[in-house]
Unconditional design. Structure first.
Length: 159
């Protein structure tokens, strides 16, 4: 496999179909377990293809065959995904489920108005040890991660 030969990182993202069909495939017995199991199978396939274990990154594919609550369940249970044993990438930036969470009468919930909510998610997932985030506002994400890091470092100095 080309990726194995190049010895580069590989992001294994969960998804079920292209954008024209993906929303209809938001059907899970247990979204967290189902996504976890699918990613574990994908990781094994990548390892079998010769990709070094330390090169594999997993992404639960927020918004890809996941609508609304399915995304929140995955974010709330990052510990289950961490159990796979690989770095985790989260791509929640400006997604529809973020807009739905902040939508209220008279409030713009368009994609561009979701950056503050995305920054909140960035801080929360950084606190939970996520390796990376995919965002539109990199400066705000960097600041949120710096605040989480400062908070965590201050907490450890008291131990």
């Amino acid at each position: 496999m080309t990726v194995a030969a190049l010895d580069v990182d590989y992001i294994a993202m969960h998804w079920r179909a292209h954008s024209t069909r993906m929303d209809a495939l938001d059907v899970y017995d247990d979204v967290v377990a189902d996504v976890h199991n699918a990613l574990v199978r994908r990781v094994h396939a990548l390892q079998d293809a010769g990709i070094a274990n330390e090169r594999i990154i997993v992404d639960p594919g927020l918004g890809f065959a996941k609508v609304g609550q399915s995304n929140w369940a995955l974010l709330a249970h990052l510990d289950v995904l961490r159990g796979i044993g690989h770095r985790i990438l989260i791509g929640a930036s400006r997604k529809r489920f973020v807009g739905a969470a902040i939508e209220r009468e008279g409030r713009d919930a368009s994609a561009a108005s979701r950056d503050h909510a995305t920054t909140a998610i960035t801080a929360l997932v950084a606190e939970r040890g996520v390796w990376a985030v995919r965002v539109h506002d990199a400066g705000a994400a960097r600041d949120a991660i710096a605040v989480v890091s400062a908070w965590q470092n201050a907490d450890h100095t008291q131990e």
